[in-house]
Design a protein around this ligand. Structure first.
Ligand code: GLA
Length: 388
């Protein structure tokens, strides 16, 4: 299952711009992060799901070297050489995510050059739904199809992440790329970023997620994201010196040791780590709660997660707090910011039968606070695929 509409449109735009049909076409979805905020680059664990919106990427052969890339929505075309790692000028910033993927694929013997490409997405930009990771993953799948080569899924995720790190400037973890690759229909993905294993987790039939977007501008590369990552690494290094086991990442510190030792490390690093260590604990407990069908307790973890985002990690903002409170008042089982933070969307867990009513109520409550969010029901969807 994929967004057929966007795939059809992307192929039509490709044919219109280049005068030929695409021979390789892929689709990769965006994601919502359900629990496990900022745990991925701390070797932690997460719950996420791929969503029913994504990017389509089309490729056909051209008669000259280099890569021509058209952004289907604005119909602008960038050109680049995939063999060098120069970033494109600001006007074509969107092309850097794609260039990085073509560049890193070469390290694995997938050398695509002399092609025309088009991409089109249905993921709203800046909504915190990982439109950039979906674009990177879609690029990799289409390039592999074009080259007639295969790479294992983890490698695709890692090279897409390298593109984001080095061509877009955000030192993100692997959550977004893994979610786009490993998505399952009506299921969550439980990822372990130490072992790089992912497990599909069935969602109870009677719950759905809402995605509420207050439409605040969001760009992780300009946010304190990279600074937070440094604080987490600092906390891990200082904790490592205080315990008699190896703490190479925050994942390793025992919950009770963190509680006892957090007062002895750099206060800012301790404050940021409080959120991450709590998230790692909540994901571990959350696995059991889901297995036992204890949805209200699982939902409460989402509220708890948002609370330490707000107070300790400080990656929330007034608009997201208003939406989370509105979701609580409207009867959601849980709600929290989803993804990097400092903007983006709120994810809420609700009983399917109440979804429409809760959506309307959240919007109404937000309006009373001068916010005009949009809200929709998310369909957890299958991960990236080659269409042809
Ligand atoms: C962004 C990053 C991910 C992850 C989340 C926060 O989405 O791209 O790697 O760190 O933020 O959990």
């Amino acid at each position: 299952m994929y967004d057929k509409e966007v795939v059809k449109k992307a192929q039509a735009i490709h044919a219109e711009i280049y005068g030929t049909e695409a021979t390789a076409v892929s689709y990769a979805p965006g994601r919502i992060e359900v629990l496990g905020n900022h745990t991925d680059y701390n070797a932690g664990t997460t719950f996420s799901c791929a969503i029913n919106m994504g990017h389509c990427f089309c490729i056909s052969k051209s008669d000259k070297p280099g890569i021509r890339l058209t952004a289907g929505d604005i119909k602008e075309t960038a050109e680049f050489d995939p063999t060098n790692n120069d970033r494109l000028e600001k006007k074509f910033q969107w092309a850097n995510y794609v260039k990085g993927v073509f560049f890193y694929l070469r390290e694995y013997g997938v050398e695509v050059d002399g092609v025309d490409c088009t991409f089109l997405g249905s993921i709203p930009m800046g909504a915190g739904l990982s439109s950039s990771a979906a674009l990177e993953v879609a690029t990799a799948f289409a390039a592999l199809s074009y080259a007639g080569k295969e790479l294992d899924k983890n490698t695709i995720g890692i090279l897409a992440q390298k593109s984001e790190n080095n061509f877009a400037g955000c030192n993100c973890g692997l959550l977004d790329q893994f979610s786009s690759i490993y998505g399952v229909h009506h299921g969550l993905i439980h990822s372990d970023f130490r072992t790089l294993e992912t497990y599909p987790v069935k969602l109870p039939d009677d719950v759905v997620f809402l995605m509420i977007n207050p439409h605040i501008k969001h760009a992780l590369a300009d946010s304190p994201y990279n600074a937070r990552r440094i604080s987490c690494e600092k906390a891990a290094a200082e904790l490592n010196a205080l315990v008699d086991y190896d703490v190479s990442a925050l994942r390793d510190i025992k919950f009770e040791d963190f509680d006892a030792l957090k007062g002895k490390i750099d206060p800012e690093a301790a404050q940021r780590a409080t959120h991450v260590v709590g998230e790692i604990y909540r994901v571990e407990e959350g696995v059991k709660l889901l297995a036992e069908g204890k949805l209200p307790a699982f939902g409460q973890f989402l509220f708890d997660s948002h609370e330490t985002s707000r107070t300790a990690f400080e990656n929330s903002c007034d608009e997201l707090d208003i939406v989370v409170e509105a979701a609580r008042s409207a009867g959601a089982l849980g709600a929290r910011l989803s993804g990097g933070g400092w903007g983006g969307s709120v994810v809420a867990l609700v009983h399917a039968a109440d979804a429409e009513t809760i959506c309307d109520k959240i919007i109404q409550l937000c309006k009373e606070k001068d916010l005009e969010p949009t809200a929709e029901i998310i369909v957890p969807s299958q991960g990236a695929q080659i269409i042809k």
